[in-house]
Ligand binder design. Structure first.
Ligand SMILES: CC(C)(COP(=O)(O)OP(=O)(O)OC[C@H]1O[C@@H](n2cnc3c(N)ncnc32)[C@H](O)[C@@H]1OP(=O)(O)O)[C@@H](O)C(=O)NCCC(=O)NCCS
Length: 348
């Protein structure tokens, strides 16, 4: 339970919000503890202040604070993210990376301008434009901010456009809210995983913290099934040959498959890169008819357990700021924004 020393720190609170069929209904909140009295606690959450009667608190604990990362930390994470989403065609411009993957995803088809490009900035941007023209593709540059703000200013002066901002979010492992997650039916779920699945590449997700969703079976496998790829193709607008490389050409990779009645209803992908430190989460997707049943949370919990067992100490993901459902999901799991990036697009 909380004490006065916790005031001013980030905490996660699981509170009882009702009773259904004799069982408590829980809801989790994450934020800074601004006040703690004998009767109430007040949290500053991303959605505003939340006042919770102490009598409703089932569990509460401190979670690590958010801090502004150093430039070196941004560079290390961007390099780990590049390893986790490897473009098959690559070039270098000094430290800058040039990446191409048949146009599949902005990340794998954009230059990453971090470090020294070995030439003045305008010449570096000219060289990026030439390289992409040789690939027969529009030139894109991903600018992590504020690190690559000088590059952004150069692109502004050339009239480059911008896609909506992407948040690069991180959380320590185990995920701060992982052990306080709750199933949709209101019962607390923890520990006891799904039935073990046999097969060379298949891992049951029965590790501590994995969250079985009633009626869903989770599998983590080293290669995606055809059904998994079909869902990914639906989200990303097709899957050219280069996409398979991007998805699978990582030493440590797992594809989460969540089945309900034998049908694949949710997917996710996990990688471990960055000298084994970073679990990268990507392509978390739940079929529309299966949403808000805890499946995304269960997919992420299973991948987080796997990442931890593979030695990762932190998780990262990239999410468009305007994707409110996904941002809410990740916030609920304890992710915070490490930095942002803009995908800049050369004028036609
Ligand atoms: C985002 C997505 C993966 C969430 O999947 P899901 O299985 O519905 O999520 P869960 O049921 O596990 O939700 C867990 C919590 O996340 C939050 N959340 C999820 N969807 C939300 C939404 N649409 N609005 C607000 N909060 C939401 C809630 O806190 C939810 O808990 P609650 O249902 O008890 O309130 C799903 O909407 C999806 O597939 N979207 C399209 C693909 C996508 O955007 N993927 C992420 C790319 S980065």
């Amino acid at each position: 339970m909380l004490r006065q020393q916790d005031v001013g720190h980030r905490i996660v609170v699981r509170r009882i919000v009702g009773i259904r069929e004799g069982r408590p209904l829980f809801s989790d909140a994450l934020g800074e503890l601004v006040e703690l009295s004998e009767t109430h606690l007040t949290l500053a959450t991303a959605q505003g202040q939340l006042r919770v009667p102490v009598a409703q608190v089932h569990r509460a604990k401190r979670v690590p604070p958010t801090r502004r990362p150093t430039a070196a930390a941004v560079v290390a994470l961007e390099r780990a993210a590049d390893e986790a989403w490897p473009a098959p065609t690559r070039g270098r411009l000094g430290d800058w990376l040039l990446r191409s993957a048949d146009g599949w995803t902005g990340r794998a088809n954009s230059a990453l301008p971090i470090g020294d490009p070995d030439r003045p900035l305008p010449a570096a941007v000219d060289a990026v434009e030439r390289w992409y023209a040789e690939q027969g593709q529009p030139a894109l540059i991903n600018t992590p901010l504020p690190l690559a703000a000088p590059v952004g200013a150069e692109l502004d002066s050339r009239g480059w456009g911008s896609r909506p901002p992407t948040l690069v979010q991180t959380a320590p492992l185990p995920l701060p809210a992982q052990d306080t997650a709750v199933a949709r039916n209101g019962s607390a779920v923890a520990g006891a995983g799904v039935e073990p699945v046999t097969g060379a590449d298949v891992e049951p997700t029965s590790g501590a913290g994995a969250e079985p969703v009633p009626g869903a079976d989770m599998e983590l496998v080293a290669a995606p099934s055809a059904a998994w790829l079909a869902i990914a193709a639906g989200r990303k607008g097709g899957l050219p040959d280069a996409a398979r490389h991007v998805l699978t050409a990582v030493d440590q990779v797992r594809f989460a498959h969540a089945y309900a009645d034998g049908t694949l209803v949710a997917i996710g992908r996990g990688t471990v890169t960055g000298q084994g430190r970073w679990l990268g989460l990507s392509l978390v997707e739940v079929l529309p008819e299966a949403r808000r049943q805890g499946l995304a949370r269960a997919v992420i919990a299973a991948l987080a357990d796997w990442g931890r067992s593979a030695g990762a100490t932190h998780a990262f993901l990239q999410v468009e700021q305007r994707n409110t459902a996904a941002v809410a999901l990740y916030q609920r799991l304890g992710f915070t924004t490490h930095h942002t990036y803009l995908t800049r697009v050369a004028p036609h």
